[in-house]
Design a protein around this ligand. Structure first.
Ligand SMILES: Nc1ncnc2c1ncn2[C@@H]1O[C@H](COP(=O)(O)OP(=O)(O)O)[C@@H](O)[C@H]1O
Ligand SMILES: [Mg+2]
Length: 224
């Protein structure tokens, strides 16, 4: 499996505009993605760079409709149906928002979930396999990988505790079983080993400030 994964991985490209940066942030519900994105935005803006934050699925008019279709689905969707919906949303987001923004030097795009969510959810937890999901991403523009992905790693219990405090209504994914969530965590951890040069796994059990500092230290090495 490793060899065929390597050959697919070699097809991926990073954004090439000098001085632009493409970041994604990943992790299960309650891992702190929204919290840390606000901190990254502040850091980037203080450096005088332009920042665009987007969420997946959604971010475009078409994508928000797909988001509704996926998250409020009353019937269980086939994993391949789910996967294609996410990819349709992603391709549109790349064309309409991500690529035009990154073409301008000094631009930073932050994605709240991106390819690794599809790999963890549909590839691992819904059992399509990483290779299938990666293969579906091999065509332009879906083959664009972030320069850096921050994976906020927390334990299952922490996710439930933080979601309880937040008091969110459960959506399609949040009502799934504990085993599903554990598979997601395992998937993200495997992915951080498959893509060690891109994905930075952070212990997000630590305080908000500590996690922010870890991200800031890494950003210093990436920012122009
Ligand atoms: N490192 C942390 N330690 C303790 N609580 C946190 C931490 N990071 C986030 N939280 C809290 O957990 C909840 C979920 O955080 P949020 O950023 O919305 O996560 P996500 O966007 O990944 O679902 C919020 O109430 C937030 O204040
Ligand atoms: Mg969030």
């Amino acid at each position: 499996m490793q060899n065929s994964l390597d050959s697919i991985k070699s097809l991926y490209r990073n954004p090439v505009t000098p001085g632009s940066l493409f970041l994604s942030i990943e992790g299960i519900e309650g891992s702190g993605k929204s919290t840390q994105i606000k901190e990254i935005e502040k850091t980037v803006q203080e450096k005088g760079l332009r920042v665009l934050t987007l969420r997946e699925p959604g971010g475009t008019t078409f994508g928000e409709k797909l988001r509704e279709a996926i998250l409020n689905s009353e019937t269980p969707l086939h994993p391949l149906a789910e996967c294609h919906l996410f990819l349709a949303s992603r391709a549109q987001l790349l064309k309409e928002k991500i690529l035009p923004f990154l073409l301008q030097p000094g631009s930073v795009v932050i994605l709240d979930r991106y390819i690794d969510s599809t790999l963890a959810y549909q590839g691992k937890a819904r059992r399509l396999g990483y290779q299938t999901v990666l293969t579906l991403h091999q065509f332009d523009p879906l083959n664009l990988l972030p320069h850096r992905t921050y994976f906020l790693d927390i334990e299952l219990e922490t996710s439930f505790e933080r979601q309880k405090i937040r008091g969110n209504v459960k959506d399609y994914f949040e009502s799934q079983k504990q085993e599903f969530y554990q598979n997601l965590i395992d998937g993200y951890r495997e992915l951080s080993e498959l893509f060690p040069e891109r994905i930075l796994k952070l212990n997000a059990q630590k305080s908000i400030q500590e996690v922010t500092n870890l991200i800031k230290n890494d950003l210093e090495t990436l920012l122009p």
